[in-house]
Design a protein around this ligand. Structure first.
Ligand code: APR
Length: 311
């Protein structure tokens, strides 16, 4: 059986475990600093599986040794910004957590593929790559599947068409400047630009960009976890089943799209080796401008992180 370790057994980590257990593709280990919590969640989930007849083993632990020989490592450990905490404080704290999580898991699983979810996602993936020294194929960040799924949900609500007919591609950094593509996104093959009136499409683009905040404002405490959890489950599934699936996710740029030495959300083909290739779309002028703006915002966070922690 394959093995997936999830570092951070909070809302997103444990929800990812839930979605993954249902897929029955790997044994799952949950690791967290909180004593008893990952053990309790793993046991609860283990006890649910007889009901759906799924045979995978769930383990909860406070010790990285439990992650030994993982095929995939998902990092969701981190803290949310608290009142009075500056953006830099948050960046420094989460960089410390993600750096340790990546190095500790790598010690026990030298061949694992890493998926980073902790925010700020693009920068945390960059940090994990630099800290571990792994080739870029083995360190990916997840936000693009989530952002694209949100856009697909909004298009389905607007059009009344099945989500199965709706393909959306949201690229760029996972922030307010993300780039929901309207030419490459489509309803049954018809570009969104041609399918929807411009004002309705603009509203969907805007709602997609603010998708995370919309959920946070409703929940009042905490942020989204169902969609983020399933997004990383899809990546782990594509890796373990060697699907050669093209999905938007954060990857290390080495000249693609004219970007270098930074993580950025782009279409990536993934399989058992992790990233197989980056797919380059032909962007029009408007998309290119949005891309550059988003890239500048991500680069700025990368630089802020570099000034705060040693990598
Ligand atoms: N090692 C392991 N786990 C840790 C560590 C650490 N050093 N520090 C914190 N954690 C754990 C917390 O104990 C908590 O259980 O990380 C978990 C984070 O879970 P939540 O607070 O529930 O946050 P969640 O909603 O899951 O989001 C986690 O993913 O999507 C991103 O923006 C989100 O950065 C955030 C992360």
């Amino acid at each position: 059986m394959n093995k997936i370790s999830i570092i951070g057994a909070g809302m997103t980590g444990s929800t990812a475990a839930h979605w993954l257990a249902e897929k029955e593709i790997a044994d799952i280990v949950l690791v967290d600093v909180v004593e008893g919590m990952p053990q309790g969640k793993a046991l609860d989930l283990q006890e649910a599986l007889p009901i759906i007849g799924k045979d995978v083993e769930l383990t909860g632990s406070n010790d990285y040794a439990a992650t030994k020989n993982s095929d995939v490592v998902i990092i969701t450990a981190g803290i949310a910004r608290k009142p009075g905490m500056s953006r830099d404080d948050l960046l420094k704290t989460n960089a410390g957590i993600v750096g340790t999580a990546a190095l500790e898991t790598l010690k026990h699983s030298p061949d694992a593929i890493f998926i980073v979810l902790t925010n700020p996602l693009d920068t945390m993936a960059y940090l994990a790559l630099k800290k571990t020294g792994l080739p870029r194929e083995r360190v990916l960040g997840q936000a693009g599947i989530l952002d694209s799924a949100r856009m697909r949900a909004f298009v389905a609500m607007e059009t009344g068409v099945s989500v199965e007919n709706i393909q959306c591609y949201v690229l760029g950094g996972h922030g307010d400047e993300m780039v929901p593509l309207t030419k490459h996104s489509n309803v049954a093959g018809i570009p969104l630009r041609d399918y929807l009136p411009a004002d309705r499409l603009a509203a969907i683009v805007e709602r997609t960009r603010k998708g995370g905040a919309e959920v946070i404002n409703l929940l009042k405490t905490g942020s989204a976890y169902y969609a983020p959890g399933l997004a990383c489950a899809q990546m782990a599934d594509a890796i373990l089943r060697d699907k050669h699936l093209i999905v938007p996710c954060a990857a290390m740029m080495q000249g693609e799209y004219g970007l270098d030495d930074m993580y950025f959300g782009v279409p990536v083909q993934i399989g058992r080796a992790g990233m197989e290739r980056i797919v380059e779309y032909k962007l029009d002028e408007e998309e290119r401008a949005m891309f550059d703006k988003s890239a500048a915002a991500v680069k700025e966070t990368h630089e802020a992180m570099k000034s705060l922690v040693q990598i």
